[in-house]
Design a protein around this ligand. Structure first.
Ligand SMILES: [Zn+2]
Ligand SMILES: [Zn+2]
Length: 1102
């Protein structure tokens, strides 16, 4: 079943001619014109039926008959609206047969309105029983309804008789969604609950309303269809995904073994993971995808004891509110250490029972001294909210502490409530942004709170690294200085984190404290866990050149298989687009299997959704209603979504630490769990398929906190001096660069105090954005009239400019919850994109390139031991979208980590190449670059090594050795551009270039520029000493490569690095090209970049 339908769909699709193949270009302009012209049509006018192609008129006839029959079936509550019942009545009205395909076309046109699917027979039965009860109560009123008894005669017996049908049986239902909720809601209510009994007049109105909906939908479709497209073909092709497949029919299983099709078992009755894996391996679609399996045995919990026992009150409260009577070793060790006045970091693989570690010490402090205060910091609002509720419950259960006030103090806290919180709250839930911009600058109003502060608990400490972590580290130094000034030198810090490489160092970096106890031994019990590395099978075993099956279809197949067996599964995707494509695939496959019961229990969750949507999904997940979540790493950060049984990682995540964290989201205590990494076809993923042990044994990447960034440090010294003038003794907080920066950047008075530089006044923290400048956002507005009651456009999402460029061009298919929309109009002035709902079976992939051009040199630096130089200066990021491909769903085999680019197996997946004429989008930033000497380019050419491969590999080798590379970007090379058969007009300079993310003021490129000699020499060592043959994550590959490491050459990187460092190159040792084929050159010698006046070379020694 799992693989069957999608394969079937593909087969069916491939026979059909893709729509509008004959007109490959010129679509966009016409479409744009059409969209603009029609944008002015008043919504009222849309209800008027315009002249339609004949096809739609005849489809309307069928729809009207169907509408009438269904409305009256629904009003006669003893009639279940099964397809057989409806069909015979409709046929009686139409006087000709009603074809399944016509119903599917209607469903494709009005996907949210029409329900057409198999549902388990017993669901219908339950429905019928409640209807029978109601029916007996309402006998009289029902008798008054019009007599359409003719409908009742056909098919009613098999669908309503309570006792027929086995558990396995499914019934095909054809119904309309409730009129009040036109959009699909994910409520717990029965999806097919009948609407309330309607008066004959109400039934008539309902029918009319639904007919109007049809007119609207057809008008919309005609509006949205470009002149080159045929709306009839579009609808018919979309309809193919809407023909329901009977789960019971042996044909629909498409060769798969007979699955259990009874309803999804309750999670507590789900099969064991071991037996699920055994079933997978017996399935017909199993083709040895499991490349590696590792079993982590179940572990018993170990209990610890407290050196100083808890008071009876706290003990009782823990028991009453959390049912806790014992503590695990790591909890006890942490609480003991805090009791002794130490700072504590708990770094364990699972998130087990850390809230107790934060809560118990605060209860004890409050018990001993009622004026004690505490601060809790969580990385997300949702987490903070959960934890606040938990703490309040605990306090309520604690005799004598019921009155203690807990408050949230964040950006959403109203100004007028803030003073009250300062004066009365004992515990606040806040974040570093508030400490930086609100608490510290107003330290005079917080003195009482800070004086009594006992504990600062920071959750998920690994979250704070790179630039953000570096800012947080300086904020904590300012914070400790202010606390000391109000006479409080006893504040303790406690943190939990995922497994990190140097927990003590990280804790010290962030808080600037010593006396740290590190706890890494997890005493919590854990269930058995299976970890699978899953490699999609070859498309054709006889012809490996055809590549492997798509990781999306493999991962969703697995996910469907698991969910149907009651295994609650989360799937992590690297980027939003993949998240939506996976959701779309699940949606298509589950509905064609007739498993709406499963479909309505799976959702996607990612950044960009409105906060309300996110809270709703979190709630549904937490309440146990959801069987599956498809998420980006927005969910990685410990948002508590309840118990999960399985994690599927679609592609190797952004690093080993991510992988372990994501894998850790499944499984708890006594239950067994499953983690699967479904490998992409990318070189990095395949590297881990070949070396799976690295996934488990390799140490995680180091977390970087840069305490010596002058940019960051100066910013916080300006803030600190505003809070209280700085004196030389403050060096103990801010380190060795303190005096130099104060002397040069701050203002010193006669007594020797340093004050904020006036240019930062009156409010220095306003000048410093600790998360980088927020990128501009584009609003995605849904304009579809039929799905917006009252005609109000709905804001569906907000997305960053850097994504909007690649996802919201005119004609693009935009995905949301796996549903497809088409972008009608984009305004860069108002920063909005208007989309309408359109059920299409293709997606779009932009044809684009981004040039990173150095435009002005600010600084020049010697590279140690080399005659060559490094440069720092202004850089222009020029993005050109010159068109897009329409790509059939299901033929996508890989989405690259760049925002929205696909690899597809063969060109036949491309339905159409559309040209766009949009001007390039320019942004400016700072960057550093090193030119590749001409001599080196010549060597590469003579040896048949692609210069773009060599440059790209050398760039990644450089980034791999640079600690802050997470915040530095490079110009990744795209295979479609570099391997074009014909000569391209786009020639790129032979140059390694790195740049700061536009809109971020981190100064990271400057940092790399300052350390260029060391980094280049480190990269040289790493690449030369690496044992791998063609490059690996240790030398030239990168999990963050926007283009999937597809344009790479290890030997090329070696030649370039040696060339730049001025080291000898043994030309004879480089193999000559196998055949002297001249591929078009894409790299030319780099031009000199104009320097600002008076620039002098900074020599290495200086
Ligand atoms: Zn290597
Ligand atoms: Zn790259």
């Amino acid at each position: 079943m799992e693989q069957g339908p999608s394969v079937q769909t593909k087969k069916r699709k491939s026979v059909q001619q893709p729509p509008n193949k004959e007109s490959p270009s010129g679509v966009s302009k016409k479409q744009r014109k059409a969209a603009k012209g029609k944008g002015k049509v008043e919504p009222e006018q849309d209800k008027v039926k315009l002249p339609w192609p004949e096809y739609f008129d005849s489809l309307f006839k069928i729809y009207k008959a169907l509408n009438t029959v269904v409305a009256f079936c629904s009003s006669r509550k003893h009639l279940a609206v099964t397809f057989p019942v409806v069909r015979s009545s409709v046929e009686a009205l139409l006087k000709h047969p009603l074809e399944l395909s016509k119903v599917a076309e209607l469903k494709a046109l009005l996907p949210d309105l029409i329900k057409f699917a198999y549902i388990p027979h017993d669901q219908l039965r339950i429905n019928a029983e409640t209807q029978a009860q109601e029916a007996s109560r309402n006998m009289k009123s029902r008798d008054k309804s019009p007599d359409y008894s003719a409908f009742a005669n056909s098919g009613s017996s098999q669908s309503t008789a309570p006792s027929t049908g086995t558990e396995d049986e499914h019934v095909l239902v054809l119904d309309f969604a409730s009129n009040e909720k036109p959009k699909k809601t994910f409520s717990h209510d029965h999806p097919y609950a009948s609407p309330p009994v309607l008066s004959p007049q109400a039934v008539k109105t309902l029918i009319e309303k639904r007919n109007e909906r049809f007119i609207l939908a057809v008008n919309e479709l005609l509006h949205a269809t470009s002149a080159a497209d045929d709306p009839v073909l579009l609808l018919q092709s979309a309809a193919r995904d809407h023909i329901p497949v009977d789960p019971n029919s042996p044909k629909s299983a498409a060769g798969e073994h007979k699955p259990d099709l009874s309803k999804v078992p309750e999670p507590k009755h789900r099969p064991t993971i071991e037996s699920v894996i055994a079933t997978i391996m017996l399935a017909d679609w199993y083709k040895d995808q499991i490349a590696h399996r590792r079993i982590f045995d179940a572990k018993d919990g170990r209990l610890g004891t407290l050196e100083v026992p808890l008071s009876k009150t706290i003990e009782q409260a823990l028991h009453d509110s959390r049912n806790i009577t014992t503590l695990y070793t790591h909890q006890a060790v942490a609480i003991n250490a805090l009791r002794r006045g130490r700072n504590v970091i708990v770094s364990t693989s699972t998130a087990s029972g850390k809230s107790v570690i934060y809560q118990v010490p605060v209860l004890t402090f409050l018990e001993n001294d009622k004026v004690s205060t505490a601060i809790y910091i969580y990385p997300t609002k949702a987490l903070a909210q959960d934890q606040r509720n938990a703490l309040e419950q605990l306090l309520c259960a604690c005799q004598g502490l019921e009155h203690i006030k807990v408050a949230t103090y964040d950006g959403d806290t109203p100004k007028e409530a803030r003073a009250g919180i300062r004066d009365t709250a004992s515990v606040i839930f806040t974040n570093f942004d508030m400490i930086h911009a609100s608490i510290l600058p107003h330290e005079d109003t917080w003195r009482k709170f800070l004086k009594n502060l006992k504990l600062v608990a920071v959750d998920e400490l690994h979250y704070y690294s790179n630039i953000f972590g570096s800012h947080v580290a300086q904020i904590m130094r300012r914070f400790r200085r202010v606390c000391a000034a109000v006479g409080n030198r006893r504040v303790q810090f406690v943190s939990c984190s995922a497994t990190i490489s140097h927990p003590r160092q990280h804790m010290k970096n962030i808080f600037g404290v010593d006396d740290i106890d590190v706890i890494t031994d997890d005493g919590a019990p854990s269930g058995r866990k299976d970890f699978l590395v899953w490699n999609p099978p070859l498309v054709d075993e006889m012809d490996p050149s055809l590549g492997r099956h798509s990781s999306i279809s493999e991962a969703t197949t697995l996910m469907r298989f698991l969910m149907k067996r009651g295994v609650r599964t989360i799937m992590f995707c690297k980027i939003r687009k993949v998240c939506e494509l996976a959701m779309k695939t699940l949606r298509t496959d589950l509905s064609s299997e007739g498993r709406l019961d499963v479909l309505e229990r799976v959702m996607s969750y990612r950044g960009g959704y409105s906060p309300q949507d996110r809270r709703r999904i979190e709630h549904e997940a937490f309440s146990g209603h959801l069987l599956g979540i498809v998420a980006t790493n927005a969910l990685e950060l410990g948002v508590d979504i309840g118990v999960l049984d399985a994690v599927i990682m679609l592609g190797f995540p952004f690093g080993i630490a991510n992988l372990r964290q994501q894998a850790g989201r499944a499984g708890r205590r006594a239950r067994d769990a499953l983690a699967v990494m479904v490998a992409d076809t990318l070189p990095l993923d395949q590297h881990y398929v070949d070396n799976p042990n690295e996934l488990f044994d390799k140490s995680v990447e180091d977390l970087v906190v840069d305490l010596e960034s002058k940019v960051v440090l100066e910013a916080h010294l300006q803030c600190a001096a505003f809070e209280m003038p700085l004196a030389l003794e403050d060096e103990k907080y801010f380190g060795p660069l303190f005096k130099q920066i104060c002397d040069t950047r701050l203002v010193k008075d006669k007594e020797g105090w340093y004050h904020t530089n006036p240019k930062y006044m009156p409010f220095p923290s306003k000048h410093i954005s600790i998360r980088g400048i927020e990128e501009e956002r584009y609003t995605i507005m849904e304009m579809t009239p039929s799905t917006r009651p009252g005609g109000v456009p709905v804001i569906l999402e907000e997305i960053e400019l850097s994504r909007a460029l690649f996802e919201a061009y005119e004609g693009a298919v935009f995905l949301h919850q796996g549903l497809t929309f088409i972008v009608q109009e984009v305004s860069h002035d108002s920063k909005t994109a208007k989309i309408i709902r359109a059920d299409v079976n293709w997606t779009t992939s932009p044809r684009d390139f981004t040039d990173i051009n150095a435009v002005q040199t600010y600084r020049i630096r010697e590279i140690k031991g080399s005659p060559h130089r490094a440069f720092y200066g202004r850089v222009e990021i020029k993005t050109t979208i010159y068109g897009y491909f329409k790509i059939r769903f299901g033929d996508t085999i890989q989405v690259l980590p760049s925002v929205d680019r696909y690899m597809h197996r063969r060109n036949k997946a491309i339905l159409e190449a559309v040209d766009l004429e949009t001007p390039p989008f320019d942004r400016e930033t700072t960057g550093m670059w090193i030119d590749v000497p001409k001599k080196i380019l010549d060597i590469l050419r003579s040896k048949g090594i692609h210069a773009a491969e060599a440059i790209h590999s050398a760039e990644h080798a450089f980034l791999n050795r640079f600690a802050l590379s997470a915040d530095l970007k490079t110009e990744c090379k795209i295979p479609q551009k570099e391997y074009m058969a014909k000569d391209s007009k786009r020639k790129r300079p032979g140059r390694l270039i790195f740049y700061d993310l536009a809109g971020h003021n981190g100064g990271i490129a400057a940092k790399a520029f300052d350390r260029v000699s060391e980094i280049m020499h480190d990269s040289f060592e790493a690449v030369e000493s690496c044992d791998c043959a063609d490059g690996c994550p240790a030398c030239i590959r990168s999990s963050t490569c926007k283009e999937g490491n597809l344009v790479m050459s290890k030997i090329g990187a070696q030649i370039i690095i040696r060339g730049i460092l001025g080291l000898p190159i043994n030309i004879d040792a480089i193999p000559d090209p196998e055949s002297p084929v001249e591929t078009p050159q894409t790299i030319i010698e780099a031009d000199n970049v104009r320097a600002v006046d008076g620039v002098e070379v900074e020599y290495w020694a200086s």
